[in-house]
Write a protein that binds this ligand. Structure first.
Ligand code: NDP
Length: 276
C-alpha cells in the first residue's frame, strides 16, 4: 500500500461517496465518512471506517466534523467533497428557497468544508481537495437550471482554488462523472414531478423524469466503482490530473456540447427526449 492517509469524504451514506469510502478503507487509509443518515454508514464502521454525522448545509455540523477528525488524527490529508443532489424543475416553478438550498449543499457546503480544512493542510504544506463536480458542470439539460448552475459554479470555484492552494502544496482535483448508477436519479425525479404537477412545464418535466428513470433504473449508467477508482487514483497519485471526466455519456455529451452550436445542441437534446 502507498502511504496511509487521513481522508474525509462527504456524502458517504450512499452512491459514489459510500463506494469510495469502502475502497479507501480496504486500501488501508483512515477514512471518515460524513452524511446526515449516519445509520446508513454502520457498514463502513464495521469495515474500519469512522462514520460522522454531517450536514453540509449546517455550519456547526461541518465545523464539528472537521474538528473531530483533526483532534483524533492530528490533521487531514484529503477532503473529498462529494455530498450533493440534483434539483430539477423549471426556474419559474422552483421556489427560490429550494434553489438557495441547492447552492447551499452543492456549492457553499463544499466551499465551507474547504475553508475548514485548508488551515490544517497549509500547516503541513500538503493536502488534496477532490471536488465531485459532474459533466453537468460543462453542459446543460432542460429543467436542470439550478443543478447545472451549482456544478458550473463549482468548476469555476475549483479552478480558482487550484491557483490559490498550489503554493501551499495542496492539490485541487475536479472529478466530472457522467451517468452513475446511484440514488441520484430517484432524488432528482421525486421532487421534479411534485414541483411541476399541474403547471406550464409539466409535460416537459414528465419527459425528463421518464428519461432519467430509464437511465438510472435500467442500469444504463456506470457503476459507482468506476468513480471511486478514479478518486483513489487521484488520491494516490503524486501528480494528479486537474480534472477527470469519467463515466457513461460524459465524454460524448461534452464532445457534442463543444462541437455543436447552441441551437443544434438544444435540438439534439430535445430530439433525444422525444425519442426516448
Ligand atoms: P446519492 O444520492 O447516491 O448520494 C448523495 C450523497 O450526498 C448521500 O450520501 C447524501 O447523504 C449526501 N448528501 C446530500 N445532502 C447532504 C447534506 N446536506 N449534507 C451531507 N450530505 C448530504 O448520489 P451520488 O452518489 O450519485 O452523488 C454524489 C455526488 O456525485 C453528487 O455531488 C452528485 O452531484 C455527483 N454526480 C452524480 C452523478 C450520477 O449520475 N449519479 C453524475 C455526476 C455527478 P444523506 O442524505 O445521508 O445526508
Amino acid at each position: 500500500m502507498k502511504q496511509k492517509k487521513v481522508i474525509l469524504i462527504t456524502g458517504a451514506s450512499s452512491g459514489i461517496g459510500k463506494k469510495t469510502a469502502e475502497k479507501l478503507i480496504a486500501a488501508g487509509h483512515v477514512v471518515y465518512g460524513g452524511a446526515r443518515r449516519v445509520e446508513r454508514m454502520q457498514d463502513l464502521e464495521k469495515l474500519g471506517g469512522y462514520p460522522l454525522h454531517l450536514d453540509v448545509s449546517d455550519d456547526a455540523s461541518m465545523k464539528a466534523a472537521v474538528d473531530k477528525v483533526v483532534v483524533e488524527q492530528g490533521g487531514i490529508d484529503v477532503l473529498v467533497n462529494n455530498a450533493g443532489f440534483g434539483l430539477y424543475g423549471s426556474v419559474e416553478d422552483t421556489d427560490i428557497n429550494d434553489a438557495r438550498y441547492q447552492f447551499e449543499v452543492n456549492l457553499f457546503g463544499l466551499a465551507r468544508m474547504t475553508q475548514l480544512v485548508t488551515p490544517h493542510m497549509r500547516k503541513r504544506k500538503s493536502g488534496k481537495i477532490i471536488n465531485i463536480s459532474s459533466v453537468a458542470g460543462k453542459i446543460y439539460t432542460p429543467l436542470g437550471g439550478w443543478y447545472h448552475a451549482t456544478k458550473h459554479a463549482l468548476e469555476g470555484l475549483s479552478d480558482c482554488l487550484r491557483f490559490e492552494l498550489k503554493p501551499f502544496g495542496i492539490d485541487v482535483v475536479i472529478v466530472e462523472p457522467g451517468v452513475i448508477q446511484t440514488e441520484f436519479g430517484d432524488v432528482l425525479t421525486s421532487t421534479l414531478m411534485k414541483r411541476s404537477e399541474g403547471g406550464a412545464y409539466e409535460a416537459l418535466a414528465r419527459q425528463i423524469a421518464d428519461t432519467t428513470e430509464e437511465m438510472y433504473k435500467n442500469g444504463v449508467g456506470s457503476s459507482p466503482d468506476l468513480i471511486s477508482g478514479t478518486i483513489m487514483k487521484a488520491i494516490e497519485s503524486k501528480k494528479p490530473r486537474t480534472r477527470y471526466l469519467v463515466g457513461k455519456l460524459a465524454k460524448p455529451m461534452l464532445f457534442l456540447r463543444n462541437w455543436l452550436g447552441d441551437r443544434i445542441y438544444d435540438k439534439a437534446l430535445m430530439a433525444h427526449l422525444k425519442s426516448s
